[in-house]
Design a binder for this molecule. Structure first.
Ligand code: PMV
Length: 323
């Protein structure tokens, strides 16, 4: 244990091009399918951890506000068990991501916490081990240990379910434009949404079959530097995931009217020869996948409807690092 030593880590968020939606094992967070993402440079979390023998419980602050969260305590218990220690910790986290609005703040949050907490606890984990630890906090965090294009191998137990790098640095000319539509927390967590989809959507098995195929198509497109195939497949995969929410019982929906407006705008841009694709996660925000040459045109179009401070252009981001 690094007694009294404060360790700070920075992790960037990632957006899945091939989505994770559904758990095989809920407590270990083993997914039903492998997923593939792009880590982004503009959205990240900085987290510091210091273990302190005088504390009677873990203390958490997020953006300088103190929080009580059982999920965070559970995660710290996983770290303590791994390191064979019993001390509590002070955890300070700063999110440079709108929290819980489909911009995967849990991905950067648990990746940064896994790195900072494990090191402060005296563990010296490599990236693969860090990704397995981050997975215990949030599935998408498994991929945020890595920069650029990264994947999460589904596996079937704690040891075989881990993240890995597909390509970093990224060779493809690729940007993501996030349109922040609603900064307020979502009503149905991804955890809850996945469970309803797995248990009730009659299309769930088709999703798994199709997504395994989408995974190999996107992976090949990265190797071939084929932006068009990557964009088309990512867009289809996102809509396939959202169709699981619609076909669940009870049915639910993460998109709102502004999300639909952005989707229509992307289609109109495409009709005018500006190549771009959309993707969405467990919230209303839309991310537009495009190339550098078209960023200006797309942003200009978006600014006709949305405030410019709600439009954020990101490139590929880097892997986990200690500050
Ligand atoms: O790991 P969670 O609970 O943040 O779930 C992530 C789910 C999606 O963002 C919708 C898809 C993904 O693979 O990131």
């Amino acid at each position: 244990i690094n007694h009294g030593k404060k360790i700070t880590a920075r992790a960037h968020t990632n957006i899945a091009l091939v989505k994770y939606w559904g758990k095989e094992n809920e407590s270990l967070i083993i997914p039903k399918n492998s997923s593939l993402s792009l880590t982004l440079d503009e959205f990240y979390t900085d987290t510091s951890v210091v273990f302190n023998g005088d504390l009677h419980e873990d203390e958490f602050t997020i953006n300088n506000h103190s929080v009580n969260d059982d999920r965070l305590v559970d995660f710290m218990n996983v770290v303590r068990k791994k390191a064979n220690i019993s001390e509590f910790a002070q955890v300070q986290s700063t999110n440079h991501v709108p929290t819980s609005a489909g911009l995967a703040s849990s991905a950067s949050a648990y990746a940064a916490l896994a790195a900072a907490a494990s090191k402060a606890a005296g563990l010296n984990l490599n990236d693969k081990e860090l990704s397995k630890l981050a997975r215990r906090g949030s599935g998408s965090a498994t991929r945020s240990i890595f920069g650029g294009f990264a994947a999460w191998n589904k596996g079937n137990d704690d040891d075989s379910s881990y993240g890995y790098s597909i390509q970093d640095p990224v060779k493809m000319d690729i940007k993501m434009i996030a349109i922040i539509l609603n900064g307020s927390p979502k009503k149905i967590s991804s955890r809850k949404g996945m469970k309803i989809s797995v248990e009730t959507s009659p299309y769930y098995d088709s999703w798994i079959k199709q997504t395994n195929h989408d995974f190999s198509v996107v992976k090949q497109a990265i190797e071939d530097n084929d932006f068009t195939t990557l964009g088309k497949t990512a867009e289809l995969n996102a809509m396939r995931m959202h169709s699981l929410t619609l076909s669940s019982n009870p049915s639910y929906l993460y998109l709102n009217e502004d999300s639909l407006r952005v989707i229509e705008m992307v289609k109109a841009l495409r009709d005018n020869g500006i190549e771009c694709y959309y993707t969405m996660d467990a919230g209303p925000n839309v991310k537009i996948i495009c190339q550098n040459k078209n960023v200006k045109n797309i942003v200009n179009k978006l600014e006709q409807y949305f405030a410019s401070d709600k439009i954020k252009v990101s490139g590929p981001g880097e892997k986990i690092k200690y500050l």
